[in-house]
Every structure is written in C-alpha cells, then in structure tokens.
Design a protein around this ligand. Sequence first.
Ligand SMILES: Cc1cc2nc3c(=O)[nH]c(=O)nc-3n(C[C@H](O)[C@H](O)[C@H](O)COP(=O)(O)O)c2cc1C
Ligand code: SF4
Length: 763
Amino acid sequence: MEPLDAFSLPSELLLLWHAHRTEILLSASILLACIQLAIHWRGTRSKAVLTPPLRSPVDEKPSLLARQQLAEAEHYLSSPTTLSSNTKAGPKRVTGVKRTKSSPSDAPTNVVETIQPLVFYFSLGGSTKAYAETLQQFLQTNIESEAKILRPIIHDLTAIDYDDFFISPPKPERPNIAHFYILLLPSYDISTELENFLEHLNETHHDFRIDTAPLSGLAGYSVFGFGDGQDWPTEEKGYCKDAVEVDKWMARLTGRKRAFPLGIGDVRKDAGDRLVEWTVGVQAAMVDIANARGLGEGVPGSGEAVESADEAEIDDEEDVDAPPPAKKQRKPIKRSQTSDLEDLKAPIPVDFTTTTKAPKPTAPKPMVPVNSPTHTSLTKQGYTIIGSHSGVKICRWTKSALRGRGSCYKYSFYGIASHLCMEATPSLSCSNKCVFCWRHGTNPVGTTWRWEVDPPGLVFTGMKEGHYRKIKMLKGVPGVRAERFQQAMKIRHCALSLVGEPIFYPRINELLALLHGERISTFLVCNAQHPDHLAALDHVTQLYVSIDASNKDSLRRIGRPLHRDFWERFLRCMDILRSKRYQQRTVFRLTLVKGFNVEDEAEGYADLVARALPSFVEVKGVTYCGTSTSAGAGLSMQNVPFYEEVSAFVLALESALNRRGLEYGIAAEHAHSCCILLADRSRYFKPSAEHGGEERWHTLIDYGKFFECLESGRDFGPEDYVGAPTAEWALWGRGGFDPRDERVDRKGRPKVVEEVGAGVGGT
Ligand SMILES: Cc1cc2nc3c(=O)[nH]c(=O)nc-3n(C[C@H](O)[C@H](O)[C@H](O)COP(=O)(O)O)c2cc1C
Ligand code: SF4
C-alpha cells in the first residue's frame, strides 16, 4: 500500500463514520448490554445451585440432627448474640441474653409451647427432700389436664453436675419445650454442699466467658426457702438466707425471669401451708407461660413495667453488673430564686365563678378523654384511667409492704396493711390547685361537675382490675414475698384520695356501697370545698378533711382554690363535720409547708379543731415532689419541715388545744413519714383489758365491727368500731415502725441509724 493510500483510508473511514455514526453507536450499546446480561445470568445460576429447589427432599424430611439443630437455632434465634459460623476456637462461650432495663419488651420471646418443670432440692436432714417429692406429686396430679406441662422431673442438687443445668439450660428433647426451674432450699449457717451451689451460681455470673444471662432460655423460675424462724428470727439474722441468695443469683442468670415471688416458710410453724400456697401460684405461672400469656405484665420478656420512679430502685438491687440503663434524665428543676419566703407573692386564684356571661349549656363531655394530653400524662405517671373520670394507682407503700419493708403510717395508726390497700379516686378533677399537690398540675380542675358521669359499677370494676393488674406486675420484682403477694390479691382497704376530689363524683354514695359490699374499708379524703356533697355523704370508715391552712389568706396562698367563696365553704364544712362527729370517724389532715402554713398558725388550727371537733388530727410534713408546678409555686426542699419541726408544731398545737379545754393528746407517730397523730382523749384513751385495765390509746380500727354495724342497718358511730390498743412501737416517742419489717434506704440497703427528717409520703 502506498503511503497516500495509507493516509486516504482514514479519511474514507471518517466519511463512513459521519455517514453511519448513529447506527454504529446503537449497535455498540446493544452489544454492551448483551455482555452485561450474560454476566448477570451466569452469576444467578451459580447462586441457585447452592439453594435446594422448593419442596426438595431436604425440606420435607429433616434428619433428626437437622431438627435438633433447628431446635437449637430457634432457641438462640431470638438472642441478639447468635452463634456465628466462623467462631474462632477458644474458651467455651455460652451465649444468652442480657435484657436491658429500659426495654424489657425488646427481650426475646421464645415461642414456648410446652413446659418441662424441673424440681431441684437440697436436703441435709431429709425434710426438704420430702417436701420436694410431695410437691412433685402435687404438680403431677394437678397438671394432668394441662397437656402443655410435662411431668415434673426431680433433681437432688448433690447428685447432678451443675454445668448441665446452671450454665445453660439443658437441651430440650423437642423444639419449643422450655424448662421451668423450681428450687426448694433449706438454709444452713454451717458449711454444706449448698455453699458450693451458691459459689457455682456466683462464678457463672462472673465468668467472663459466659454471657450475663446464660439461663435466659428458661421459661421461668421460682425459689422456695425453708428456715427456722425461732433460731434465725429475721432475714437479717439469716432466716432463709440461702433461698434469698439463690433467688437473687437466678434473677441475674435468667435475665430476671422470676415467674413467681420467692416463697419462704418456717419449718417450726407454717412451712407446709406456705409451700402449698406458693405451689399453687407457681403452677398458675406455668400455665400462663404455656398458654402464651408470658410471665405476666411487668416481668421481663412479657410486657412493659411502666411504674413510678422506684422501679429504678428495684432494678438497681439486682442488676449490679448491668450496663447503665438509658434512664431518662430528669430535667433540672428550676428552683425559686426567692430567698425570703415572706416575700412570696401568693398566686392569684383563677376564679371561674366570676364570669359575667352565663356559659352556653353544652352536652357533657368526658373529663379525661382517651386521646387527651391529660390522659397521656396521667398514664405516664402510672395512673390507670378508668372510664372518663376515675383513676387508680399503686402506692409506693403497697410495693414496700409487698417486699416486707413496712407499711405507711396508716398501718401504725389505724391498722391498714399497705399491701391490702388500693389507692383510687372517682374524680380526677379537683377545685383546688394546692402548691404541694403531687398531681404535677396535669389533672383537670373545675368548680362544678360538668362532665359525663360513669356508672359506679364501671368505676368499681375498673378500679379493682387496674389495681390487681398492677399488683400482678410486681410478681417478678425482687424482694416481693409470695405470702404477701397472695394476700394482696384481695383488696381490704381503699384510700379514696390519690388526686382530685372523690366527693365531687355525683354517685359517690353508690360507689361506697359497692366497696363496702365487698368488705373493703373506705378512707375518704376531701378538701372542704363542697359542703353540700359532704353533708350528703353516707358512712365511710374514716372521713378526712384536708386542712391546708388556718386562715383565709393562708388558704388562698396554699390551696389556690377556684371557688370565690372558698373560705365560707371551708367553714361550712367544719360545721358539718362537727354535726357528723357521732356518725363518722372524722380526721383533720394538716400538711405542714414551711413558710406557708406553719409559723404562728397553731392557734388558728386549734380554733378550727374547736369548731369541728374531729376524732383525730394528723399532722404531716409536706412531701416535696419536685415538679415544675411546685417549683413554679415557690416550693422547694426548703419548705419541707424536719421531723423536729413537725414535732415542735404538734406540741404547740396540743398546748393550744388544752388551753381551750379540749382533751386532745399526742397518740402515735410514724417518723419515717414525718407524721404525728393527735387524738381526742375523751373518746380514744380508754382502759384496756389487755393491759389490766390501764388506760391506753385506742387508735386502731376494728374493721370487722365496722362492717357488722353497716350491715345491721342501725345507726352507729365511731365508738362502735374502735379496735385494739395502739401498738407500743407506734406510740409517741417510739418511732412508729413495725419491728417485724425491715427498714431500708432508697437503694434497698438495711438502715441502721434512725433517720429523722423529711417524710416520704403516704396518703
Ligand atoms: C446446723 C443448722 C444450721 C441451720 N442454719 C439455718 C440458718 O442459717 N437459717 C435458717 O433459716 N435456718 C437454718 N437452719 C434450719 C434449717 O434450714 C431447717 O431445719 C431446714 O428445714 C432443714 O432442711 P433439711 O432437713 O432438708 O436439711 C439450720 C439448721 C441446722 C441443723
Ligand atoms: S399511703 Fe395511702 S394508698 Fe398507700 S397504703 Fe397507705 S393508705 Fe393506702
């Protein structure tokens, strides 16, 4: 080829390109797309080779080994720490689940279809072995009809290898079988095999190779302890100590799967009865799990434990090794800058009664509509809202009593055991906006009832259901005793207080009749703003009137009443109380707020007592609830009086009353709640047969007699149901804490020093 020709070819090609470039480009893109498709298709085919086609023999007939693997996989699938295929060789690692406090509902929920109960016991003298065998028999006969619960298998702890049961749960024979551990243990203060068992649990928990909750695959567990209450009279002194310890370790190892509270029984007294009660509870818990009802609401793995602040305290005790929970940070409370309380300007009460235009009549609406912010806020605070205007909430003392840590002051004064008490209100609305109110400024206020009225039956049933539901939520809480838990399932008392104004409810008398019909005593607290309602009120076991101040100005400042004629209403209530003093057992409730209603007011209060002549005067230091509402009202910790200050006030009030010729005396105290009781000596200081005719305070109530009087239909008064003499430990100067209960601080540690200071509530 000549050089010209050589150069002329590109120019021809260029011409060709200009003439056909569209076709060339199109063909090139089609070719490229074909190549890519071919590559993709080859890739898909090579993957498909690895997956057996649908309905392959592998799918239809899994080998036994495969089924076991499936069972294991299902067992672990719900765990966030699944076994990885490329696990490096190394120390044995047992996987489990660590549940965080903040999200119990995130916990894995294995689909349990069948329960295999395993009964473990330890016995040196043979008695626990005998109990365990009886329990096994009992369960076997009672669960025959329960196809989902297998025959219980019994194990002597000295005859098993702990590694087989207490590092991870034993392998189930079939998928969807979960084991339930029942542990029966005596206690010994000498060296026994039990020590080794405890040591094993301890080591398992602390072994870095083992996850923190290796027994979380269990369906649940429960422990029963036998002890000798004569030689080891209290838990502090070692009563049933080993069972208490094992219960705590099991809670950690299972990720808090306590299905029923720890039961304890005294071998010298009641071990048999306690064991039977406990077994019935454990059996019910197993049936619940087998029927997919989980461990019960509030127990990890089954539901949400939405409760008040001290749930966190409860958790702290057990989860010592848990990572810090994602606790909600409390917003710092803006404290009042006012240094001199005298400078505090009283908030001007909003008086809805001064409106000039008559409001247009409208159809009544729900007081707390379901989707309203008030409903949401109250629910968040732990209230169960019933219907459209009532509420129920578990009081912290109820929880405390369930855990053997003491009841509220009403136990010391009147014999109300807090775990038998329901705190409720049929009206969340109130006509005051007291500065110390713990309702956080969230519930409705009003001077007249302008809402729908729910029938009393609905209110009563809702209260009970809400209360029992919350009690059940506590069954897995550390320290709750099986015996008290079972007792708590029958409400004996109702504190109609909580928030709001119970007598505001137009059908309050019908509700009282329902409560009394089930022999539930009633302690009703009203705020002395509804004289007509008060006058029309039927019998209650004890009728309280909150006396928030001794004079008009002070009441305006502290009670912030909505009624324009609040003082007149208040005084009318005093007169009604006086006229009812032989029908109702009446109580003045004074809440002392330093800087608001204490200083120089003893004389004024004495005048009010002289006017109403109540049976009792309860004086209580305010409990600071730390809300922005209270802070906004000028309340801070500085307004909480010390116990010495409350005592000094009570002494001053007693003298002021005596100077007026009124025979009131200081009867009892509950220092823990910063609460002191004055009583009418002429009616409640009487000879006592138990004390050889000596005169004693009689502040307790005979509840049985109250109901007898009520049911007899005849007229009766407070003297007809006065109970036994006040306990020695509750008398003035003795502190008022039942020595049979354990005193603990907020972290659950035993309290040694008698603390005297700010109170801790109680209605
Ligand atoms: C040497 C000895 C030490 C004991 N220590 C305690 C103890 O510290 N706390 C307790 O509550 N009971 C204690 N007990 C009581 C036993 O726990 C109780 O008798 C139990 O029923 C024994 O069970 P067993 O017969 O199955 O071994 C002790 C008994 C003995 C004989
Ligand atoms: S504080 Fe009130 S609600 Fe709580 S247990 Fe005592 S009486 Fe009942």
